[in-house]
Design a protein around this ligand. Structure first.
Ligand code: NAP
Length: 415
């Protein structure tokens, strides 16, 4: 058991275990949380009340979460002089399922992204982002309900691996010279250099997780989104490994789109259809033919862009949840950032952290609690008493604060 200098282990509760490939969740699990920077504390205060109310209502006191506050980001730096204390990583490992608010990252210098670091250090190799429409939420689309996708974004490789050097640095200059001398390829002088690693291992395990999810949840298709027409040996290989993994790991349960359209022997209607799209075309496809897509697996950078764009199609970042998931280890978090201009105003939408909590409960097998929260949110939106971001897109609505929207969700669970 790890010892904690800054955080306190709750007096009650046990750690979630991982045995023979499955989570073992006690009735009173300890779940670490990071409030986050900027609007994080406002959002967390509302979210935790919703989580506790849902668990209480679903299990009548037989199950309960013991929340454990752990430190990262600005609060951690101000109080303890460390941006990401080792003990926070230890808590994420010890208790296996955690939830966090957004953490700020300076652009162009200073500390590296704590979020990216967390994903890499804990090997949370899939960033899972479900995107669906909630009836009544204003949005720019004619038929927003047609979009219902779950995006699996590779989380540890690609240009996000953090292997990059400043223009003019000795490392960048040495690499430019080496590439010229060894391979005869010219890179313009004074260029910054970033490396884009994409491995067979990393690509296969991501596609495997996405295909497994699609099969377990009766989803119809898995789309591999890549830019392999240009980056043949990285993104192109992601596509090829992806097709191969789906076929080899799930024989008889998957079929390629090409095979399916030929109507051959493998073209059974109950098979998961595996297809691929080039990333730029995929952005158009999600706008024009959203109902043709279901589960999406894609490398890191494509996934980052596509999940924000898809969230905008159904009403914005305020209700866009996410989870960073590895093997028996997960940290759930909203898709949005710290939205610092709204910090401490009790104004921002807590919906994305609340829906990240739904993903967390589903991951733990506490599906009833997750379902109650979704019902609560649906009813809160129907009541038209919503936070500013939804209010500005919904005619006849009343703008309410972060905390009042949390109350409205709790009320909605009873409806
Ligand atoms: P952002 O914090 O996501 O905010 C951009 C805009 O999105 C906000 O101004 C607001 O739009 C809208 N928005 C975000 N969260 C919302 C919510 N809960 N409810 C309603 N609207 C919401 O993006 P950013 O300003 O680019 O980034 C700020 C900081 O967050 C940066 O330091 C960045 O690195 C960090 N960040 C962290 C994470 C993470 O921790 N996982 C992710 C992304 C960014 P309006 O202005 O239209 O109201």
């Amino acid at each position: 058991m790890a010892s904690y200098r800054f955080a306190s282990r709750p007096s009650q509760g046990e750690a979630i275990a991982f045995e023979q490939g499955a989570l073992k969740v006690p009735a009173n699990p300890v779940i670490p949380f990071v409030e986050g920077d900027g609007t994080g504390p406002d959002i967390w205060r509302a979210s935790v009340r919703v989580f506790d109310a849902a668990v209480e209502k679903a299990y009548g006191g037989e199950r309960k979460v013991s929340w454990m506050k752990v430190f990262a980001g600005e609060e951690s730096h101000a109080k303890h002089g460390e941006w990401l204390p080792d003990e926070t990583l230890e808590a994420f490992k010890e208790f296996r399922v955690s939830i966090k608010g957004p953490l700020s990252t300076p652009v162009g210098g200073g500390i590296r992204s704590l979020n990216v670091m967390l994903r890499q250090v804990l090997d949370l190799y899939a960033c899972i982002r479900p995107v669906r429409y909630f009836e009544g939420v204003g949005n720019p689309m004619k038929e927003p309900e047609k979009l219902n996708v779950v995006i699996f974004r590779e989380n540890t490789e690609d240009v996000y691996a953090g292997i990059e050097w400043k223009a003019g640095s000795p490392e960048a200059n040495e690499l430019i010279e080496f590439i010229h001398r060894k391979f005869g390829k010219d890179i313009r002088a004074n260029s910054a250099i970033g490396i884009k690693p994409m491995s067979e291992f990393g690509s296969r395990r991501l596609v495997n997780m996405a295909a497994r999810y699609a099969l377990e949840n009766n989803r119809k298709s898995l789309t591999l989104v890549h830019k392999g027409n240009i980056m043949k040996f990285t993104e192109g290989a992601f596509r090829d490994w992806g097709y191969d993994e789906a076929a080899k790991a799930f024989p008889g349960q998957t079929v390629t789109e090409a095979e399916f359209s030929k109507g051959g022997a493998g073209a059974r209607a109950d098979c998961l259809i595996v297809k691929d799209r080039i990333a730029d075309a995929m952005f158009q496809q999600l706008l024009l033919r959203p109902d043709e897509y279901d589960v999406i697996a894609t490398p890191n950078l494509n996934g980052d862009y596509i999940s924000d764009a898809a969230a905008a199609q159904v009403g914005g970042l305020g209700i866009a949840p996410g989870g960073n998931v590895g093997d028996g280890l997960a940290v759930f978090e909203a898709t949005h950032g710290t939205a610092p201009k709204y910090a401490n105003l009790d104004k921002i939408n807590p919906g994305s952290v609340i829906l990240s909590g739904v993903m967390m409960f589903e991951y733990m097998g506490w599906k009833e609690a997750g379902k109650l929260i979704v019902t609560g949110l649906e009813n809160a939106i129907k009541s038209k008493r919503v936070t500013y971001d939804l209010a500005r897109q919904m005619s006849g609505s009343t703008e309410v604060s972060t905390s009042a929207f949390g109350d409205q969700i709790i009320k909605g669970m009873r409806a």
